[in-house]
Design a protein around this ligand. Structure first.
Ligand code: NDP
Length: 241
């Protein structure tokens, strides 16, 4: 059986992705790092909708924790493999570069880029041997455009786009695709401190997006219909360029 692993699946965009994939009949592993209550809520929502879900706690930036959790899962699922990986876990630690603290720089890079490396390297082996796989990395408008106050976040999200293009070429012969989805402003915990009224003036669609609108793009990229799309970045941002 092929499973989907969604990092940061407890809340926000990750939760919407878990829900959408489970509605497509895919068993989902909901990863989280600290918010067990929200992770359980996601799992319960999936199960009450008739889907299959498991929780998996690890910090994506902690390579030993990633290896331990995935090793344990593989040992208890000898006939299954993770065929779909959505690298969604991410954090913001905004500051102007001149004031940016070491911790603000490193924590964002370690979570987004380190997390991509730690989890993908581990999971991709079985996709290669299974000769089928889908990896979707959640980048950002900030990684495409650069946003002031987010040198750390823009660097990490742009780095993810570069890694996506490189890896896509490495694994295309094995029928593994690697793509990015780059959301704009989406209503989640991550954006609740932003001035929506002011910011939506710069969004042609005139509103923040919903997590489900990002999840729809992810679901398309992991479908068989998207088998010939790889190394790409799809923006889900209401028309910002
Ligand atoms: P939220 O803050 O709502 O949720 C973040 C999720 O990531 C939570 O599930 C959290 O787990 C998890 N997480 C954070 N750090 C780690 C870690 N080290 N290891 C494992 N899990 C972790 O964020 P969003 O849903 O808004 O964002 C999801 C992704 O989309 C992020 O990568 C973000 O950068 C990106 N994005 C979001 C945009 C937006 O406007 N919201 C715009 C563009 C991109 P826990 O619940 O345990 O804390």
């Amino acid at each position: 059986m092929r499973y989907a692993l969604v990092t940061g699946g407890s809340r926000g965009i990750g939760r919407a992705v878990c829900m959408k994939l489970s509605q497509e009949g895919i068993p989902v592993i909901v990863n989280y790092t600290s918010n067990e209550e929200k992770a359980r809520e996601t799992m319960d929502m999936i199960v009450s909708g008739g889907g299959r879900a498991e929780l998996m706690r690890f910090d994506v930036s902690d390579v030993d924790a990633v290896d331990a959790a995935l090793g344990e899962w593989e040992a208890s699922h000898p006939d299954d493999y993770i065929g779909i990986l959505v690298n969604n876990a991410g954090i913001r630690r905004d500051n102007l570069l001149v004031f940016m603290q070491n911790e603000q720089w490193h924590s964002v890079l370690d979570t987004t880029l380190g997390g991509f490396f730690n989890v993908t390297r581990r999971v991709i082996k079985n996709m290669i041997t299974g000769r089928w796989g889908r990896i979707v990395n959640i980048s950002s408008l900030s990684g495409l455009k650069g946003l002031p106050g987010q040198c750390n976040y823009s660097a990490a999200k742009a780095g993810l786009i570069g890694a996506t293009k490189a890896l896509a070429q490495e694994v295309a012969p094995r029928k593994v695709t690697v793509n990015c989805v780059a959301p704009g402003f989406i209503s989640t915990d991550m954006t609740k401190d932003l001035d929506e009224k002011e910011l939506k003036k710069m969004i042609p669609a005139g509103r923040f997006g919903r997590p489900e609108e990002v999840a729809a793009a992810v679901a398309f990229l992991v479908s068989d219909d998207a088998a010939y799309i790889t190394g790409q970045t799809i923006s889900v941002n209401g028309g910002i360029y």
